[in-house]
Design a binder for this molecule. Structure first.
Ligand code: CTP
Length: 408
């Protein structure tokens, strides 16, 4: 079976100077096709084998080589620490005998080496060299040292070599490299390749073109869920109400909406295709029955607002839920919290409800922390301490992972 060759991650691709570098453009294309964002860093020697212009064009980002770049009187610095932190994965392909030797001994004479030394993310290398160089005791020692440090090796393969000889040393084909990295990155994560639908933020229901009814919600909890799920290998559809938040991750596809009706339409169109849906949005329960087309003027009398209910999106999902789909909702309560949350869980046919209490300091709107209680359909109740929203998101995902169909 194996994990799908989906790599919704940020890949820092190091290209060192060997003949196999001519395959680097194919590798960039395969990575992009698998859903990755790719930043290429070339060693200076790689320029003899592959065009940085081709790599920049295919990756959509300038391919970098120098720590310090001098252009038309200005000097800029390519921040290797920032590049290394940006990356979810460092992949060096091809990795020549010389580059592997420098990596093994901590030499730092170019940007690629500085990135390698700075990177704390998982790192992969696809060696490519002639068989004699690969079999040389120095190379064997270097590879042993690097794998002991945690580097994942992909190949080399047995086959035709650039020298015209045949033997071990050929770089693994680009598509196989992508598959191997995807499998290794996804190994062990229950979220690998899982399709997740997350709603976040408030909805605004128009009274007139400038006024609205809405709930207080920053969207931070939903965005933290999307970020964490993507980091763990999920592919996320994020439907966001009006929020001032950014999230740039290749595995997160964001749809911005304003009203409950727009959120309902976006969620309904996506629900059937998801394995898990988490409704963290604070959807407005009512909307003005008739929104004024023009701005209402302050007159002598107060306007009477006729309200009508919005559609309960979560309840609709609960009614549509198929075997194998997991559905989670949020409940914000001010009294009799547990009983109300359990009532919602049953009424809306949920598998999990996340109970927020407004009474807890540091929890709720706008905060970076939250204090929640997780209540399962089996009534299993887990009261969590005050944590950052990222930690709360991880706890929610851990709890939902147990409910996924293949989970033991
Ligand atoms: N929700 C929804 N659509 C709505 C209203 C709420 O999908 N129109 C979802 C929220 O995203 C949240 C959950 O339902 O996950 C909790 O909603 P809430 O408004 O608290 O529940 P109600 O059943 O409306 O109960 P009450 O307003 O009486 O507390």
């Amino acid at each position: 079976m194996g994990a799908p060759a989906v790599l919704p991650r940020r890949v820092l691709l190091g290209v060192s100077g060997g003949i196999a570098a001519y395959k680097a453009p194919m590798l960039v294309r395969a990575l992009v096709k698998a859903g990755a964002q790719v930043q290429v860093v070339l060693s200076p020697a790689a320029h003899d084998f592959v065009s940085p212009l081709v790599l920049s064009t295919l990756s959509g980002r300038p391919a970098l080589t120098d720590l310090v770049q001098k252009e038309e009187g200005t000097t800029t610095w390519n921040d290797h620490v920032h590049l290394a932190r940006w990356a979810d994965v460092l992949l060096i392909a091809p990795a020549t005998a010389h580059t592997l030797a420098k990596m093994a001994h901590g030499l730092c004479d170019n940007l690629l080496m500085a990135c390698w030394l700075s990177a704390e993310c998982p790192a992969f290398a696809a060696p490519a060299m002639d068989m004699e160089m690969y079999r040389a005791p120095e190379t064997t020692d270097n590879l042993a040292r690097l794998t002991a440090r945690g580097l994942h090796l992909i190949g080399p393969e047995d086959g035709e070599l650039a020298s015209g000889l045949a033997g071990v040393g050929r770089m693994t084909e680009p598509e196989d490299i992508v598959r191997r990295v995807a499998e290794a990155m996804n190994a062990g994560s229950p979220w690998a390749g899982k399709r997740m639908l997350i709603t976040a933020g408030p909805t605004h229901e128009a009274i007139d073109p400038v006024r609205f009814i809405g709930n207080s919600s920053s969207g931070k909890m939903g965005f933290a869920l999307a970020r964490e799920a993507a980091a763990q290998g999920a592919i996320v559809e994020l439907i966001a109400g009006p929020v001032a938040l950014a999230l740039d991750h290749p595995a997160v596809h964001r749809t911005d909406v304003v009203s409950a009706a727009q959120m309902a339409a976006a969620a309904k169109a996506r629900f059937a295709h998801c394995d898990v849906a988490i409704m963290s949005a604070a959807v407005a329960d009512w909307r003005p029955a008739h929104a004024a087309a023009e701005k209402m003027k302050k007159g002598t009398s107060l306007p009477a607002l006729e309200l009508e209910p919005t559609e309960d999106i979560l309840a609709w999902m609960g009614g549509q839920k198929q075997k194998g789909q997991v559905l989670a909702g949020f409940a914000l309560e001010t009294d009799n919290e547990l009983a109300h949350a359990m009532g919602k869980l049953q009424r809306k046919n949920l598998d999990l409800i996340v109970l927020n209490s407004l009474k807890d300091a540091g929890a709720g709107f706008g905060h970076d922390t939250n204090k929640v209680t997780l209540v399962g359909a089996d009534k299993n109740t887990e009261e969590l301490p005050l944590m950052t929203k990222a930690e709360v998101a991880r706890s929610i995902l851990r709890r939902i992972a147990i409910l996924l169909p293949h989970a033991k």
